[in-house]
Design a protein around this ligand. Structure first.
Ligand code: PGA
Length: 250
């Protein structure tokens, strides 16, 4: 049985003081939640602060992005070892906002995965279709393309350290979540693809998260869907109470 993984993606929100307060609220309120792995992914500027707050707690730290090189002339970028040094154990890679707003390609996502794993950062790689792609019945093709590119440089055993987040672009920050039937179909598809690309046992070890307008009022229903092994939560993770109630859904 996989331990569910519930990740808070705070995106570009929070001063250090606000991040520390929110992290403290999650630590204090999360004590009683057993059997779920909880990760907070604050902005880069708050990683050190949140790392200090999480130090003696079971809650883990994640980064929202990394560059694929460790160091060098890449103005404005942050390397994998730099976030590892701050205590990150996880990193979100290929979020649709990175792909769409910052032109991150499938190839860049693949390179970032290799870099993350090389410093023992567990990647959470995001895949998902736009509304137009869904309407044109391209969902499976898009997910297949994104996943193949992401796994390209990874050996068979690497995928057990990986989580895949299915985040339909039309459900992110829109208040409109995918239905349990839609989630079930895509998650099964992802599991099958992982099996075909990297083998049965390895595919079973990989956690598949759902993300896109997960809230306290829909989390329980979505958590019951087969092959849903966790959530990637944006908006609702900015309130400790809401985020913790989502984590309790497992
Ligand atoms: P949302 O964001 O929960 O606000 O829809 C999810 C995400 O972007 O990871």
């Amino acid at each position: 049985m996989k331990v569910p993984l519930v990740v808070a993606n705070w995106k570009m929100n929070g001063t250090q003081a606000e991040a520390a307060t929110l992290a403290r609220e999650v630590v204090n309120g999360g004590g009683g939640i057993g059997g779920v792995e909880i990760v907070l992914a604050p902005p880069f500027t708050a990683l050190a602060t949140v790392s200090a707050v999480l130090r003696d707690s079971p809650i883990r730290l994640g980064a929202q992005n990394i560059h694929w090189e460790m160091s060098g002339a890449f103005t404005g970028e942050v390397g994998p070892r730099m976030v590892r040094e701050l205590g990150c154990e996880y990193v979100i890679i290929g979020h649709s906002e990175r792909r769409r707003l910052f032109h991150e390609s499938d190839q860049a996502v693949g390179k970032k995965l290799v870099a993350a794993l090389s410093v023992e950062l567990a990647p959470i790689v995001c895949v998902g279709e736009t509304l137009q792609e869904r309407q044109r019945k391209k969902t499976n093709a898009v997910i297949g393309r994104q996943l193949r590119a992401a796994l390209k440089g990874l050996g068979k055993s690497a995928i057990k350290n990986l989580a895949v987040a299915y985040e339909p672009v039309w459900a992110i920050g829109t208040g409109r979540n995918a239905t349990p039937e839609q989630v079930a179909a895509v998650h099964l598809r992802i599991r099958d693809l992982l099996r075909r690309l990297r083998g049965q046992t390895e595919a079973e070890d990989c956690r598949i998260l759902y993300g896109g307008s997960v809230r306290p009022d829909n989390a329980a229903e979505l958590a019951k869907v087969p092959n849903v092994n966790g959530f990637l939560v944006g908006g609702a993770s900015l309130k400790a109470e809401n985020f913790l109630s989502i984590a309790r859904a497992f």
